[in-house]
Design a protein around this ligand. Structure first.
Ligand code: HEM
Length: 379
């Protein structure tokens, strides 16, 4: 029997004030900590080991079925293959010109010389318009933006009934897209949403509940992380003028640069697992049925792997970067996320001669990380 796991409160005010700094302190003091919500793993090695072992660390963390996020093999394998088809290099290349056009429009609407919030004025509108265009949901961008605002407010309120109502409103929005295509049949057009309706697994098309779940994971979960990621990138550029100057001169380095900026300040904080058997981590015993949080933000700053976590080293750190996860659940949307972030950053750098911090930025809080507001001045 090991010693009890040290306690902590991941939702206490001091932690929420600056989650990344709090995780740094936790990782230095104890590699593993427990709260009534579950056990958090802070170290890179422990997070990687858990993510690589879906037999011991199941993704079936609640009764709610999320496709493919909450599935374990073998069911995960078949449905994950369906999802992966939508993010091939060919599909990304076909989408790129449309994303460039959207990024150009979002950037050209920004004022010059005045403070502008990179999260709400660049991140939100770009993420919503890019996702809507990709999925074939043009025309409902304003509703998606309003939904994102409601979702943020509900999450911050910690009011379960309000959060459930916002989730139900999103399912209605998605279901309307599915029904419209079922009614229109072949005339519905050619977009990933229509394609998903025709996908067969084991000789059958997917039930509506699974289609809605897949679409929900492509939008509800990821609009927030895309917007937050853009906030992190713009904040980094504004506070690191030399990196900004280098990227203006050599935009080909953007892909690796953005991955590294997100490693230093990963806005996608945690994912959950539940243990299926008794296991041990960092010298502590975990009973079967223990909820475990893989803390990507902390693991991505582990001194044992990266040395100084704030040192910007895109090439050297790339092999250990966990921003998009690890193992069988590693992010299938990475090619799209990267394309969107590169295209938006390129548009911003191309249309300006300088990006400067304009005011004090405000940290985002659980369940997201990164920044809620990043005021910058564009030259
Ligand atoms: C900067 C943006 C993004 C970040 C940082 C991110 C990060 C992650 C991470 C860390 C995981 C692993 C989850 C786990 O192990 O439990 C994941 C999974 C996933 N991501 Fe992303 N993601 C991003 C954008 C996207 C986008 C744009 C999409 C789709 C359009 C997407 C779809 C998914 C899906 C479906 C999964 C679950 C995969 C599975 O369970 O097999 N993500 N993402």
């Amino acid at each position: 029997m090991s010693a009890p796991i040290p306690p902590w409160d991941p939702l206490s005010d001091p932690v929420l004030a600056d989650q990344r700094a709090a995780y740094d302190r936790m990782r230095a003091a104890c590699p593993v900590a427990a709260s009534p919500r579950g056990v958090t793993l802070f170290r890179h090695a422990d997070v990687v080991a858990a993510a690589a072992d879906p037999t011991t660390y199941s993704s079936r963390v609640s009764a709610h079925r999320a496709v493919p996020n909450s599935l374990d093999p073998p069911e995960h394998t078949a449905l994950r293959a369906v999802v992966d088809r939508f993010f091939t290099p060919e599909r990304m290349a076909a989408l790129e010109p449309r994303l460039r056009a959207i990024a150009g429009e979002v950037v050209s609407a920004l004022p010059r010389g005045a403070a502008v919030d990179a999260v709400t004025r660049i991140g939100y509108p770009f993420a919503v318009r890019a996702q809507a265009d990709w999925l074939g949901w043009q025309g409902i961008e304003d509703r998606l933006l309003a939904w994102m605002a409601d979702n943020h407010a509900a999450t911050r309120s910690a009011d379960r009934a309000r959060t459930a109502a916002v989730a139900a409103a999103f399912d209605d929005l998605v279901l309307a897209q599915v029904r419209r295509r079922r009614v229109a049949g072949r005339t519905a057009g050619d977009d990933p949403t229509s394609e998903l309706l025709a996908v067969e697994v084991g000789g059958r098309t997917l039930p509506d509940a699974d289609i809605v779940s897949i679409l929900r994971n492509w939008t509800a979960g990821d609009l927030g992380s895309m917007a937050a990621a853009l906030g992190v990138v713009v904040h980094f550029l504004a506070t690191h003028p030399q990196v900004q100057a280098d990227l203006r001169a050599r935009p080909a380095g953007l892909r690796a640069a953005i991955d590294e900026m997100l490693r230093i300040d990963d806005p996608f904080l945690v994912n959950r697992r539940v243990t299926t058997v008794a296991t041990r981590v960092a010298g502590f015993d975990l009973a079967p049925g223990t909820r475990v949080y893989l803390n990507w933000t902390s693991a991505n700053r582990d001194e044992a792997v990266f040395g100084d976590p704030d040192a910007y080293r895109p090439e050297a750190n790339a092999p250990h970067n966990l921003v998009y996860g690890h193992g069988i659940h590693a992010c299938p949307g990475r090619p799209l996320a990267t394309l969107e972030l590169v295209v938006a950053t390129e548009a911003l750098l191309g249309a300006t001669s300088g990006i400067e911090a304009a005011d004090t930025p405000v940290r985002e809080s659980y369940p997201l990380g990164g920044w809620r507001h990043v005021p910058v001045r564009l030259r």
